[in-house]
Design a protein around this ligand. Structure first.
Ligand code: AHR
Length: 499
């Protein structure tokens, strides 16, 4: 019997809802078709946003949305996306498929989407090819509530009141598509650009996010922080980290989303678990400059990245989503919870039709992916308190260098005093009997839901309900403990009501 210990008396930290954030880029069919179809579309919509997608996203309580990229942000000039749509500039989306970007989705449309979702806004500014003035004016346009050229322009474009910008990214991947900078140079540029990202509304300050590292580039983290902290400066709310799960670890042959064997399964999960090493490694460097952990680690791009679905535009990054993706999501979200002392936001890449999407669309059809169901179960952690917990594990896997722990977990207490346990079983073969012990607390009631299936089970437009959560009632309660069996290849959520 595997033991899972929970101490409901020891709170380890607050779980920002933003740990379950999302990312939407002008890439492939994420924004256009996936989210925005325009007011004149036959697809039911509200102010151009497709109703089915918005409703599905509201069910998982998207807490924050990052936009407009990604690499797209590094070439985005925001003034192209405001004013009457018929007059907006058309351009080529050079990064993603070379298609025409007509700028019909711009700042006003993004803010309208966030209004419909009821989520916070995370705008990523253009430091790669944009000017300081451009970045400064964008912030003025969005947030200034007085008389000024940009506030007046916003009003002339139909939006009287300023919007709230909760987070602002000062550059994206500036070590790569955002200008191929060296960390010292970026650090200086960050100091300069962020100066003009003004806080016009002292009641709702903009949280500025510096561009952090790609995966294990610890040199970048160290040198950016050294530069930014030089002469006692050091202003930033967060620093990003990008890490994608590649089954093979190779960019030129990443592997298929649907066609994979048991070895690929464990390799993918092993690659996912590297996230913990990265959080610890970058976190240790951040601790040297920021021992009180005031600067959040913002993992604003994470998820699986496979070869694109055969027959689709290689620049659109469209991929299917299976139980393997569900496990990747469950493992990562448990990790973010466990490291909530440093990790303050994480954004899955990407929300619709791109990479590890929670939603796929085809014309008027929409499916919720297995990853959507994981977010649906894990939403109970949002705004909770992380509890002390640990589970006994053993290694599983087929190859010596691709062994993984059989189980991962995290436990939180929500404001109503209920405990939420999320458990992933990484094994493809074994079910585990678990006894969960709650220190000094008797259990009154338990209810649960589970996502399980064959390793490559997925939802299609023809069979949209192949994978979905089901009630999980097989839990016995015995005083201060509960017993249950976690099936192989599953993600489980238990809600425990203490006496
Ligand atoms: O999410 C796809 C791309 O991955 C983003 O545009 C970029 O920031 C990253 O390299």
């Amino acid at each position: 019997m595997t033991k899972l210990y929970v101490n409901p008396k020891v709170k380890k930290g607050h779980l920002n809802p933003e740990l379950q954030g999302h990312f939407s880029e002008h890439l492939g069919r994420c924004i256009y078709e996936g989210i925005y179809v325009g007011e004149n579309s036959d697809i039911p919509n509200v102010n151009g946003m497709r109703t089915d997608v918005v409703e599905a996203l509201k069910e998982i309580h998207v807490p924050v949305l990052r936009w407009p990229g990604g690499c797209f942000a590094d070439e985005y000039h925001w003034k192209d996306g405001i004013g009457p749509r018929e007059g907006r500039k058309k351009m080529i989306n050079t990064h993603w498929g070379g298609v025409v970007e007509d700028n019909s989705f711009g700042t006003h449309e993004f803010m309208e989407l966030c209004r419909q979702l009821g989520c916070k806004t995370y705008i990523n500014g253009n430091m790669g090819s944009g000017t300081v003035q451009e970045m400064s004016e964008w912030v003025e346009y969005m947030t200034f509530d007085g008389v000024s050229p940009m506030a007046d322009l916003r009003k002339a474009n139909g939006h009287e009141a300023p919007w709230t910008v909760d987070y602002f990214g000062v550059g994206n991947e500036n070590w790569g598509c955002g200008g191929n900078m060296r960390p010292e140079f970026y650090g200086d540029m960050y100091r300069r650009y962020q100066t003009y990202v003004r806080n016009y509304n002292s009641g709702k300050p903009i949280h500025k996010i510096a561009c952090g590292a790609n995966a294990e580039d610890y040199h970048w983290t160290d040198k950016v922080l050294e530069t930014v902290f030089d002469h006692g400066f050091g202003y930033m709310s967060g620093m990003s980290l990008h890490y994608y799960t590649l089954p093979t670890g190779k960019w030129d042959k990443k592997g298929s989303a649907l066609e994979f064997d048991e070895k690929d399964w464990y390799r993918t999960l092993k690659a996912t678990l590297k996230m913990e090493q990265l959080i610890r490694g970058h976190g240790a460097i951040m601790d040297q400059y920021d021992p009180k952990k005031k600067i959040g680690m913002i993992i604003d791009e994470w998820g699986t990245w496979y070869d694109v679905e055969p027959g689709t535009n290689p620049g659109f990054l469209y991929q299917q989503n299976t139980m393997r993706d569900a496990l990747v999501a469950g493992i990562n979200l448990n990790l973010f919870n466990k490291h909530c002392d440093r990790v303050k936001m994480a954004n899955i890449a990407q929300m619709v039709n791109v990479l590890q999407a929670v939603i796929l669309t085809e014309g008027a059809k929409m499916v919720k992916t297995p990853t959507w169901y994981v977010f649906h179960m894990y939403q109970h952690h949002q705004d909770g308190e992380l509890m002390e917990s640990s589970v006994e594990t053993k290694e599983v896997g087929l190859e010596e260098d691709a062994k993984v722990p059989n189980l991962t977990e995290s436990v939180s207490m929500s404001r109503d005093g209920k405990l939420h346990m999320t458990i992933t079983n990484l094994s493809l073969e074994e079910n585990y009997e678990v006894e969960s012990v709650f220190a000094d607390s008797r259990v009154k009631a338990v209810k649960g839901e589970i996502l399980t299936g064959d390793r490559s089970a997925h939802n299609t437009f023809e069979a949209p309900n192949e994978v979905h959560t089901e009630e999980f009632a097989a839990v016995s309660v015995d005083g201060d403990r509960i017993r249950f069996t976690v099936p192989a290849c599953s993600v489980l959520h238990l809600e425990v009501t203490p006496e």
